[in-house]
Design a protein around this ligand. Sequence first.
Ligand code: NAI
Length: 251
Amino acid sequence: MSKPTPNGTRPEDGCALVTGASKGIGAACAQALAADGWSVGVHFGNDADGAQATVDAITKAGGRAFAITGDVGHPDSADAIFSALEAELGTVLALVNNAGIRDDGLAMQLSDDAFDRVLQTNLSGAFRLTRRALGPMVRKRYGRIVNVASIVGPRANAGQANYAASKAGLIGLTRTVAAEVARRGVTVNAVAPGFIATDMTADIPQDQLGAIPARRPGRPEEVAACVAFLASDAAAYVTGTTLTVDGGLSA
Ligand code: NAI
């Protein structure tokens, strides 16, 4: 049983929503939050089998989870995702904005479509889900929002102007929303992973790993542990910050 927060709210009074939780970092976050006692909405785009595998892993470990779909880049998705989840698991008290894409190219060759699609998914989607989450969280005077950003954004990475803009925007969004809702018991933070071994980085040459002081890629579970901390009661006084998880790459 988790400890009550100062106003008596507990994770079991509501649920956590992790977007893009069918695989990779999102799947690891969903499992870490479930292990901490959260009922978890396992959101997915079109990978229903992957989402079911995440739900099964949580259920097998004794937790509670529910798979839910929706394109986070679509303006109508946030309300549909939240309404369905509220009916199944209750108020969303923790939101992890993890769903994201990359579509790389040098800026002078980047198409409008590649720029807009990455911004819509990684930044506008996270904003709309955050906006939808805040009302119930503020009313309950308890909430945890964790945005999965990147070290790319604060830091340059040639060929990723669209991705960098989306992730730098997400860090700016994190800070300002944190300031808006801090007095309501809602924290808003980001994690900034470096090179994590998932499908997203499968095509990146392994020779780039030499630049990482830890000399290895990160594991999704290592990002998830940081997300779970930021979603916990222990992090109640941590807000508006970005926790870098990169094996020293940006140090
Ligand atoms: P991944 O490709 O394994 O997973 C991405 C997830 O997002 C998938 O479940 C996918 O279905 C979902 N998704 C993408 N677009 C969606 C949409 N429009 N609607 C609904 N769901 C959608 O990638 P990974 O590595 O697990 O990435 C997760 C997050 O971590 C992303 O935001 C990514 O930018 C970020 N990140 C990853 C790093 C890495 O090295 N793997 C480094 C820094 C940040």
